[in-house]
Ligand binder design. Sequence first.
Ligand SMILES: Cc1cc2nc3c(=O)[nH]c(=O)nc-3n(C[C@H](O)[C@H](O)[C@H](O)COP(=O)(O)OP(=O)(O)OC[C@H]3O[C@@H](n4cnc5c(N)ncnc54)[C@H](O)[C@@H]3O)c2cc1C
Ligand code: FES
Ligand code: FES
Length: 1393
Amino acid sequence: MARKLVFAVNGERFELAQVDPSTTLLEFLRTQTRFRGPKLGCGEGGCGACVVLLSTYHPVNGQVKEFSISSCLTLLCSINFCSVTTSEGLGNSEDGFHPIHERFAGFHASQCGFCTPGMCMSLFSALTNADKTSRPEPPGGFSKITKTEAEKAIAGNLCRCTGYRSIVDVCKSFAANVDLEDLGLNTFWKKGNKDATVCRLPRHGHKRICTFPEFLKSEIKSSMDILDNFKNMGLPECQWYRPTSIEELYELLNSDAFLESHVKLVVGNTGSGVYKENDLYDKYIDLKGIPELSVIRRDSGGVSFGAAVTISMAIEVLKQKNESELHSNERLVFSKIADHMDKVATPFIRNMASLGGNLIMAQRSQFASDVATILLAAGSTICLQTASERLVLPLEEFLQRPPCDDRTVLINIHIPFSTSVMESSSGAKGCIDSEPTKEANILFETYRAAPRPLGNAIAYVNSAFLAHVTSYNISGDLVIHNIHLAFGAYGSEHAVRARKVENFLVGKSVTASVLLGAIKLLKETIIPNEHTPHSRYRSSLAIAFLFKFFQPLLKDLSVPEKNVQMSVSSAAATIENSNGCISGFADDLPRRASNVKQLDQANNPDLILSSEQMVEFCKDYHPVGDPIKKTGVELQASGEAIYVDDIPSPKYCLYGAFVNSTRPLAHIKGIKFKSTSSSQKAFTFIGADDIPKGGQNVGLSCQYGTESLFAHSLTECAGQPLGIVIAETQRQANMAAKQADVQYCTENLEPPILSVEDAVRRSSFFKVPPFLCPQKVGDLSKGMAEADHKILSAEVKLGSQYYFYMETQTALAIPDEDNCILVYTSTQCPEIAQGTIAKCLGIPAHNVRVITRRVGGGFGGKGPRSVPVATACALAAFRLRRPVRMYLDRKTDMIMTGGRHPMHINYSVGFKADGKITALHVDILVNAGITADVSIIIPCNMVSALKKYNWGALSFDIRLCKTNFSTKSAMRGPGEVQGTFIAESVIEHVASFLSIDVNSVRKKNLHTYDSLMLYYEGSTGDAPEYTLPTMIDELASSASYFDRLEIIRHFNSCNKWRKRGISLVPVVYQVVLRPTPGKVSILTDGSIVVEVGGIEIGQGLWTKVKQMTAFALGQLWVDGSQNLLDRVRIIQADTLSLVQGGLTAGSTTSEASCEAVRLSCNVLVDRLKSLKQSLEDKTGSISWDTLIFQANMQSVNLSESTYWVPEDASISYLNFGAAISEVEVDVLTGATIILRTDLVYDCGQSLNPAVDLGQIEGAFVQGIGFFMCEEYLENSDGLVISDGTWTYKIPTIDTIPRQFNVKLLNSGHHEKRVLSSKASGEPPLVLASSIHSATREAIIAARMEFSSPTGSDSSSSFRLEVPATMPVVKELCGLDNVEKYLKNLVSSHQVKA
Ligand SMILES: Cc1cc2nc3c(=O)[nH]c(=O)nc-3n(C[C@H](O)[C@H](O)[C@H](O)COP(=O)(O)OP(=O)(O)OC[C@H]3O[C@@H](n4cnc5c(N)ncnc54)[C@H](O)[C@@H]3O)c2cc1C
Ligand code: FES
Ligand code: FES
């Protein structure tokens, strides 16, 4: 009888007879169910957008297990007889939302909302599992989850909008040990009042979720011969096999049907997130049905894990505390292994990922595994089944063997008890002198240095050390009896034991000179393969780890390093630099081992984030100014909010995927497709030849210029689209596109322009129109002449930044009658998309309807860069006369969408001896890429940001270089981010030249109101509006800046290996308003529908517009008695309904949309006023409903549309803010922890403080990404190689400030602003440069610590690159500090001797 795949989703039964076995759970959920909560953000396990809860049921013991998984990697066939819960399953608009949804809404923790359902599921899973523990019952309304667990619950989920703080508050609100008062701004209670009690929160536990339906339990029980068949749930009809023994497995593998097939053995299938599959397998064999592979056994020698045991399960077992029979050494080792495994990937990966899968990837594919390294140090063995024999091998030997073939099966992994490993091993006992040992201690440590401390990032280097140390009665020396030193991930084929070093150390007592000897040998061992990025850094990390391990034992380090406890004003008191380093020693070690605390106080893996928000509310225009929750936020959380890819595919829909060029400049001679299973699935290919008659090969057409849709005969940059492959599903299209084999030829072509210098040599520039050329200030030569000192021709280089919106570019095009087309697209500029599509298809614009409801994150990347995607989709649909949709995979999105403008800057500055700058000249070469896009705004934006200080005279020469790179567009704060950074670099440079405090130089060069007027003519407003100087003073005082400066100096003088820095950075940010339409219509039932030009991209535009509509129409009742807020609905942008929508960009679209709506409302109010008066005269007071009813009866026009055009006098204005950031740098690893940020921002009279707060925090954290972690790398052809979550690291919850305090300043009435409000979307981003500056200060302290007596002047004369990643920071601190330090120790001992 044919078996069927049976499972449940949100309580609904699914039974499938035929499934393509390569179908992922996510693909199924999104295309074949009505559930849309799980989103596709990366498809490689790295973002958490797709997280769902998987529940399994054991028919014998009745146990239901629940855990989070990434549905993008989980194969559908592997969930037979399981139950899946998505965010909709927790709650929804029909059945009521879940408290998690409601808390996300109430804590303002969802902006674009694309990450939110995945966040909800990660949190739900953590709560469910915490509540299952035997911990004491928490007070009603709380979960058993602890604050720390709650914070970590979403550690693997990415959010690009919120900055995480508000999400952390949601998570913590469930923990009984949280002080609710400390949680952030929310709709449940007023900050400061005594209302912060759990009963005000949507109640946890109130809504019971059935994660495993009874019908499925009964079905499992009744349909199976429980013990035997439960495991045998293969689906041969689907080419999915689930053998129940090794014998059965080999029978299958050796059968004829399998010999010729492309077969994949799978357990969790998370490996496909690491190594992308570009072709299809014929058959899958699920190893989870083989009991032997899932057995966990403890015996007298150690513990064995079947290869299919998940990493999460291994952690649970290794952490079990009730193992009283275990020696403390074993407990220590096991718990350290578990702690390290806790940093492998993310919870939702670890729940699926098997130990065996990991080790096979490490052995076969050189995967930079953590598991292999730590198990290697622990002396593990593995059991392997090959086609002919079963072998038990030391892990080291297994790793060294040639890559095992795809018919070899890893059976289990044995971790021996460390004592037996260490004692049984002969080591080099003969070397130990003859004194009797008194104590024997096992030391075990693991380390990993990775861009993210809590995991979700592969380590630069990982290591684990196991040592047997003995101490002696007479001398008290610790002697190494035996040692294992394992290193991995540094760019080797696999993890290795540093055998030479081990042999050298055995029998020795640890002195500085012994350690130096060990390091010398280590350097000969740990040599990264050629082309490994940051190879010198990685080698130095290996040394640092060895040093960290031994430093507490160092015999000649007699005086322990002092440690400083910080005062309350510093976050540092509780902060430990964990950054991936795990360390600790057995309790019973001699005193010296406790020194580790001093060195590595960075040991607290707990996150414990804290925050404060100070917000001043304005009641003048109620409900404008109220911190109401975001419109539709619960729908976002439950997954019901509809994004473009959530619109059900129409009948006959096809799917497209781009084929992109990999060459920067070449003729295209042809495109062929490799003959593979996936290319056979392609339906057709659409390229430039498919442009209809009358149309043009145009992918973007706007006021700034035009660009081609597809390269025709010539490709001009790597990443350029050459055409699209069309197939029946998105996955088939993606895979088929990867089979494209493009023939290039470079004959008769000049070399491509792959640097701005090349562009200058070849005079390849985009022209900036005169009206967009920024104006110089003052007389440069005069300013230079006044200077006491000059710095000439200093260089700064800035790279790019990718938008990393969670929803990649997407569109759905549906052909309509009479040559019309409807295109749904995720765009910030539907109007431009409409015009471009019309031009491409050769049809009038009125034939093209572009609809955008909401965008899953934009940040500028869904501006012009979204248009080619919508156009390509429209072209394919038009050509094929069938609906076509495209949802770009993350890699394609990253290689073709470009990002922020990289640039080379050269400046000369003149200044007085006291730091007052008299003149600044800047030459800037901006890399704009191959087409103009909106690059012509960059010079103006840069100069505007640069003008934040009074330079005396300011001149510049900015050139927009046309290069053969992908087009760069406007990413949040375009130009302003770079301008601000240049300004800060100049200030820092001057300060270091003069050896004076950098912040005094900042202050000295801050504008007076007069100089501000000179620099920002027409934008300054009145003198009282220049709030920056007082804001800085108040911030310095409230954040105890000067006290902390002192404390930091003291800290740095007492700590060698950790250095701190603090910095205060101001921002002056000019914004410009653009004309914007708004339309308000009142329907007969009194409900109100509003259309605006702006697009809801997560910035809260709809919420503010709604508030404005309610306020403006509510003016009809002077007492504000009619609450109209709930009657207002803002509807999607539709280019045929509201014209001249323009572009959502530049931080001002919300206020402009609000103003357009306010004016429309004013007209309606005027129309209704007299009617209302006459009705009231007759009947007394009347309600809104009656008024509207009567208005309809009397044929009053109840719809009004306005095109608001800002007046010249108020078209631009300045925003002010400042931030103080304090960081701590781990000199040994280069890791930077942001201890604390205090940020103050002038929002005018905020239209919605909750929305503005979210914008400020989110922008700031995006700035952290630019300045500190996001490495945007291209190959020598300009092809982006940071092309996914593996290589491009945006901030996560563990990389944000540990203490994040934000104050929204209400600077009162601004006559020329929209209800006195100011923008908030972009300016706070640039304030993240305060973290970069603070890091620089910490590096200066490190360089001073390690500088030679003669070289101290070099401490501050260096450039800190952007982003200041771990390798960059460590390199500047000194890659050889450990050796320097040890050499000093040795020589000081020699001197003493
Ligand atoms: C986002 C992400 C982050 C990660 N981060 C880390 C990290 O920081 N550190 C780290 O160490 N690892 C990390 N990993 C790797 C992860 O641990 C492995 O992907 C996982 O352990 C593989 O197990 P699996 O069951 O999913 O294997 P599968 O994907 O099912 O299989 C992987 C490969 O192993 C083969 N295979 C599986 N089991 C066996 C067996 N018993 N015998 C023979 N062949 C077998 C399969 O055929 C396949 O080729 C990460 C993975 C992801 C997706
Ligand atoms: S989409 Fe699955 S983790 Fe990103
Ligand atoms: S709200 Fe998290 S990605 Fe937009």
